[in-house]
Design a binder for this molecule. Structure first.
Ligand code: KET
Length: 464
């Protein structure tokens, strides 16, 4: 159809050919954003039959011609590349997703039980309210702050079900952009790659505070405190509640107290991203300690939650945004505005994951089973962490100290491998990982530790 249109519009076949040849160039010009001038710049104006040809061009050329190819996502793009690799030694240590020792995806038993309950009850698929499932919102806030928290009793928290951690962060970013325009968000350097995208897309300005010290492969606590102090008063400080991604390095309880002191001094607003509650230590309460410490000081704070990892509900997109306010009245108004932001974006959230969480957390027997399963998952990761360290120490004859791997917690290990070394891991060894040197231990088995250690030792010593 396109070529028919073209020959119909062109005076001669040769005119048709030359137009096709120069077509790409013209379209580039056309879509490059140059100010449009019919006589001089219009790329289709070099022929007498301008009217006819430009009309054909409009039909024949995609309106999206000027759109360039986006780069693959630095984390989810790794899974796509992994799928395309046919080598049988391949290993996907990119995305933070839990696998069994056989490297299969894992659906928790409590999740299956909760789903069976839902089937038995014959629950319907009606729309949820904009703020999500009430039973879910109740238990998710309780899980985070503790059921006996004064925040909950005084109804000072606005909890809205979100599209997992990412969607909940995005809702909060939109709230900041709309109601605290100009306020800056401080994010750790480094951080989970998507944080920057989220604030960029919401048009919220951000800057980084120091966090990781490559010399010690530990926390740059002095730098962190200095940067939080230096930020404009009233900034939001994004903190990873536990199991910092990508470094696996968390502040100690004493350091958390000092961070809270500075935040309070500067009237900053803590903004927690809690994507790994229960996955760092194996205990839901211990992993919420940082958030509870800030809450106990009576501060206003934001907390985004995710059930992707701790309940393995990655694809169900279940999480929440909690805004702790100074009064119940403020919380009610904040909640109404979060709903107003959500409605034109996605209307209301999906129900399936919300029911699973409500059933598991709301039922004492299932809740205990969940805790046991989480300990198992966290335990398996600790075992591969230890085995990887042992293998590296045995294979690397250079005397390099790999003990930082044992000090890191959570799903990941930040290996310190450079981009070139990470590329070597993938290109030569078929080990898929993010280019910042992060590996997901949740995707590693005991059986593959030796192979991984060989790959790391080779990449570390033979690639500069
Ligand atoms: N916060 C952090 C710190 C985080 O690592 C993730 C996911 C999320 C939020 C969001 O997850 P959600 O599924 O939207 O609840 N991180 C892993 C997956 C991803 O990049 O999307 C990862 O780092 O591999």
């Amino acid at each position: 159809m396109a070529s028919t249109m073209l020959s119909l519009a062109s005076a001669t076949p040769s005119a048709s050919l030359s137009m096709q040849e120069s077509h790409k160039e013209k379209v580039k010009l056309w879509s490059s954003g140059l100010s449009f001038n019919k006589e001089k710049i219009n790329p289709f104006s070099n022929t007498k039959s301008f009217g006819r040809i430009s009309m054909v061009a409009a039909v024949n050329v995609s309106r999206f011609e000027g759109i360039t190819m986006a780069p693959p996502d630095p984390i989810l793009g790794v899974s796509e590349a992994f799928k395309a690799d046919n080598d049988e030694r391949k290993l996907n240590l990119g995305v933070g997703a839990y696998r069994t020792e056989e490297l299969h995806p894992y659906v928790l038993n409590v999740v299956k039980k909760a789903e069976n309950l839902m089937l038995e009850r014959g629950e319907n698929k009606e729309y949820l309210p904009i703020e999500g499932l009430a039973a879910f919102n109740k238990v998710t806030a309780e899980l985070l702050f503790g059921a006996d928290s004064p925040i909950i009793q005084q109804q000072r928290v606005a909890t809205v079900q979100g599209l997992s951690g990412t969607g909940s962060l995005r809702l909060a970013a939109a709230l900041i952009e709309r109601y605290l325009p100009g306020a800056k968000v401080l994010i750790s350097s480094p951080t989970w790659g998507n944080h920057k995208n989220i604030f960029n897309d919401a048009r919220v300005p951000w800057s980084e505070y120091r966090y990781y010290d490559p010399k010690t492969v530990g926390l740059d606590f002095e730098g962190m405190i200095a940067d939080i102090k230096a930020a404009p008063e009233g900034s939001f400080v994004l903190l990873h509640g536990c199991a910092h991604n990508p470094t696996g390095i968390d502040p100690t309880p004493e350091q958390w107290e000092k961070i809270a002191d500075v935040i309070q001094e500067k009237n900053h607003i803590p903004f927690f991203d809690v994507a790994y509650q229960g996955f760092a230590s194996g205990s839901l309460d211990a992993d919420a300690a940082s958030v509870r410490l800030f809450a106990a000081r009576g501060l206003e704070l934001l907390v985004a939650q995710s059930y992707s990892k701790n309940l393995g509900l990655y694809a169900e997109r279940i999480g929440a945004i909690n805004v702790v306010c100074s009064s119940s009245d403020t919380a009610a108004r904040v909640k109404s505005q979060l709903k107003r932001i959500a409605r034109p974006m996605y209307s209301n959230p999906p129900i399936h994951g919300a029911r699973i969480v409500a059933n598991v957390v709301g039922d004492p027997a299932l809740f205990n089973e969940w805790k046991a399963e989480m300990e198992l998952m966290a335990g398996r990761i600790k075992n591969v962490r230890q085995k990887l360290y042992d293998s590296l120490s045995a294979k690397d004859k250079s005397g390099k100290d790999w003990s930082f791997i044992l000090k890191q917690i959570g799903m990941f290990s930040f290996t310190g491998l450079s981009k070139a070394q990470s590329d070597n891991m993938t290109n030569k060894w078929h080990v898929y990982m993010t280019k910042d040197g992060r590996i997901s231990l949740a995707g590693l088995s005991l059986a593959k530790c030796e192979y991984l250690a060989d790959a790391i030792v080779d990449s570390f010593h033979n690639v500069s």
